[in-house]
Design a binder for this molecule. Structure first.
Ligand code: KIV
Length: 271
């Protein structure tokens, strides 16, 4: 079922209502105006300007290098293409880890400069005070727990989190702490679906999963992954909904042929 008729503009309240009604929340990432416009017009509920920008747009191995200025630059382009979806922005690595005030200032800067509707930050208990301060200032905050890619050098790999009892307990505790600190939603990344189900049933705020199974209140994927553009990266939680790398490659090959054989441009395509 679509949510287009029910909500003219997606807000934190709308997402909460979707959870209460058991209607799944749909979310994808975008980093540019044209993609954001297509996603929005197709009826997506939430667009995340993810720090995956660092991987899929900038070609880095991790999300660590992307900066505040770069996140703001891309978010400005995204928000111009969106009239309905809620646009959230990842706070990049080291924009909130230095302390509550630094995180608060940077969240405020994102809101002032981009027209986005809120920020997302990674971590549980250790970022709770920052989440509290940002939300108290009227800025919606999305939490992100489970596999948190900004901590890749602590984890040592991108394997799923929460498999063992201790880690699962910590994830449950972090979810509760983030809810109490004021987060309006949680991203659950790469955790067992049974654990995601427990979190989803425990908290009143919506959960949006990536590699976290079917029981979350919604799903998010990285757009270039699900569109089959980023074909070097294919973990099992990514389903291809298109094979755009092939489409683009074939179009470019056809263009090269046409230009070489003087089939492009024709009279009608000339002045
Ligand atoms: O950066 C990102 O794209 C994300 C999603 C994977 C949730 O955080």
């Amino acid at each position: 079922m679509g949510t287009e008729q029910q909500f003219k503009r997606i807000t934190t309240k709308a997402l909460n209502l979707l959870k209460q009604k058991g209607i799944k929340i749909t979310a994808l990432t975008a980093y540019d105006f044209i993609t954001a416009k297509i996603l929005d017009e197709a009826g997506i509920d939430l667009i995340l300007v993810g720090d995956s920008l660092s991987n899929v747009f900038q070609g880095n191995d991790t999300t660590l290098p992307v900066t505040m200025d770069e996140m703001i630059y891309h978010t400005k382009a995204v928000t111009k293409g969106v009239s309905r979806a809620m646009v959230m922005v990842d706070m990049p690595f080291m924009s909130y880890q230095l302390g509550v005030d630094e995180g608060f200032r940077n969240a405020g800067r994102i809101m002032k400069e981009t027209s986005a509707s809120g920020v997302k930050l990674e971590g549980g208990e250790r970022v709770a005070e920052t989440v509290r301060k940002i939300t108290e200032a009227g800025i919606p905050v999305m939490g992100h727990i489970g596999l948190t890619p900004q901590s890749i050098h602590v984890f040592g790999s991108y394997r799923e989190r929460g498999r063992d009892k201790e880690e699962a307990k910590e994830i449950l505790k972090d979810a509760k702490i983030l809810e109490e600190a004021g987060a309006f939603a949680l991203v659950l990344e790469k955790i067992p679906s049974s654990l995601a189900k427990q979190v989803t049933e425990m908290v009143k705020i919506p959960t949006v999963g990536i590699g976290a199974g079917l029981y979350c209140d919604g799903q998010i994927l990285v757009s270039p992954d699900m569109l089959g553009l980023n074909v070097d990266f294919h973990p099992r939680f990514v389903r291809y909904y298109a094979h755009l790398a092939d489409v683009v490659s074939n179009a470019v090959k056809k263009y090269i042929d046409d230009v070489r054989q003087t089939k492009f441009p024709t009279e009608e395509e000339s002045y």
